[in-house]
Design a protein around this ligand. Sequence first.
Ligand code: ATP
Ligand code: MG
Length: 203
Amino acid sequence: MTDKKSLSSEEKHQQRMQKLKDKIDAKVDSATEERGILIVITGNGKGKSTSGFGTVTRAVGHGLTAGVAQFIKGQWDSGERNLLEKNGVTFHVMNTGFTWNTQDKSKDIAAATAVWAEAKKMLADDSIDLVLLDELTYMLSYKYLDLDDVLDAITNRPVNQHVVVTGRACHRSLLDIADTISEVQPTRHAFNAGIKAQKGIDW
Ligand code: ATP
Ligand code: MG
């Protein structure tokens, strides 16, 4: 038996790693279920939509099919859309600007409802493996969409379909049915140092 005191730091490291590996292997072995999951990326930090689109890119890279519904359209063209549409990803985008720019509630509700109708079709289509509902959370905060209708469509989607929802202040009921939730914290943001939003980084 090896004397603990005489272990080199390399041996200690090796032992720690082996323990960690055993733990992870056991966890991997016990995770056997395979089904579509609901991921919510929320919080006030930067990285929610980029995470959503990263997942779409990852899925498409494996030959899966994906669709995107965006519930707030920026005033700029989107790099993700330019790339992913060419790779077979369907986009449904609200045709108004940021809601705080339009200041026209009934027009915003009509636009949100139209995009949601398309999103619902995707959530009922088992040929779509992944649906990204980008900035959906605001439509629930503003009550532009009916909460129960959204929860129903997501809950009753095809069993193997994955869904990613992004946006700040996600509604509790949506969090309750999520399988994975990440909250992005704004530790620092360049904008607060006077650096403007930049192409390829912010849109
Ligand atoms: P991204 O699209 O870069 O992943 P996001 O989806 O997390 O950002 P949103 O709340 O959707 O964040 O905001 C969209 C825009 O606002 C992006 O251009 C983003 O860089 C910027 N932004 C995000 N978080 C902050 C913040 N904490 N302060 C200032 N600007 C922010
Ligand atoms: Mg976003």
